[in-house]
Design a protein around this ligand. Sequence first.
Ligand SMILES: C[S@@+](CC[C@H](N)C(=O)[O-])C[C@H]1O[C@@H](n2cnc3c(N)ncnc32)[C@H](O)[C@@H]1O
Length: 418
Amino acid sequence: MDDYGYGYWNLVVLSIIFFGLFLLFIPFKNKSQRLPTSIYLAFIVALYTEMYGFPSTIYILTWFISFKNPLTHVSGHILASIIGEYLFFTLIYPLSNIMMLIGILLILFGWSKIHKSGGELVTNRVYAYVRHPQYLGILILTLGMLIQWITIPTALMWPILLLLYYRQARREEKEMEERFRERYREYKSKVPMLLPFQKIFRSATEKFEYYRDKVNLERDLAELRYNRIAKLYDLINYFWEKLYFDRFRKDILRNVKGKILEVGVGTGKSFESYPPNKDITAIDISDEMLKRAFNRAQHYKGRVVLRREDVQHLSFEEEKFDTVVAFCVFCSVTDPIKGLNEIHRVLKEGGQLLMLEHVRSKNPVLGRLMDVFNPIIVRLGGENINRDTVRNIKNVGFKIVKEKNLIYDVLKEIICVK
Ligand SMILES: C[S@@+](CC[C@H](N)C(=O)[O-])C[C@H]1O[C@@H](n2cnc3c(N)ncnc32)[C@H](O)[C@@H]1O
């Protein structure tokens, strides 16, 4: 662990070859494409030379600002030394890996569509969200790398990469317009160049409106988002579940008593953590999530009733339940105060509300970052990452008897009584 973590030149070469190979999936025969391609190559050469070969950034920082680094490999993550290893390795590091994976998938999916098109204009699948998924892929991949292992040369190169790929995308647009004329102009008017969020959000809202017109029901945007994501939900959360959530749920659910209501049960992950022989009513706004919860409920040794309900308008009479459970729900409920008021109404006097919730950090830098990234995360996954759920709970009249930080001050166990 405390060994000098550099000088592994074989790893430097292997990593450069591995990430360099992705260039084969992006056309770079035109003269104009050579510059962004070369800067991408320079970026990965600089990065992996420092990561496994020689940590020049660390030496420079030590020289200029007395940056202390024991020169082991793990402590080479400079961002970890700035924001703290715990926060870095529980949140930022996994996030950067996800970004790198998304980047690689965008490059490969983009290539597979273009490859199969035989020179025709491609406007479906990943191209229905952005006009240049492969360039977006390169930018997300390198940004993930940068967050994971920031160095002086790569931090200087990334903005240049951004500029060059943006310029390249614009250049190609002109060629495409000349080639496909009206068809390309129409495509361009509907699909964004590099940032898909507006498109994802717009398409969700359009489908939602459509849904509402068809069924003629007041439906919530969270329902549409979770119906859409249900298929992938367990897969996306697999890592967090194994690492933390399984354990946290078990600890919290030891305290359940009497008649239980679980709100936002999702795919029913909590059923395996309840003590046996309990009387559980579990609700969720999304049919697709409930379908999955139904399969898990079959294996629970106790009574489970599943219902499609909106926590903002519960159909239960007042003071029906002894315990209400909410695991990562109030990040996605559209009007959390309304939902918490409803829980307050259906809980008996002295009844308990057990929660596992992620909230906005009080750390000014992280909190601000959460504000900045919230619109993106909420549109992609349906979850707000900057809610002040503790304040909301107090505002509706609950008494908080336990507030424990489980991951930094972001994921919390909260126990309240009415
Ligand atoms: C992040 S998931 C958590 C699922 C589950 N509790 C878990 O821990 O895996 C949030 C869940 O809350 C549900 N939800 C969102 N708004 C809701 C509402 N207004 N009423 C009921 N459920 C809601 C979503 O459908 C989704 O299943």
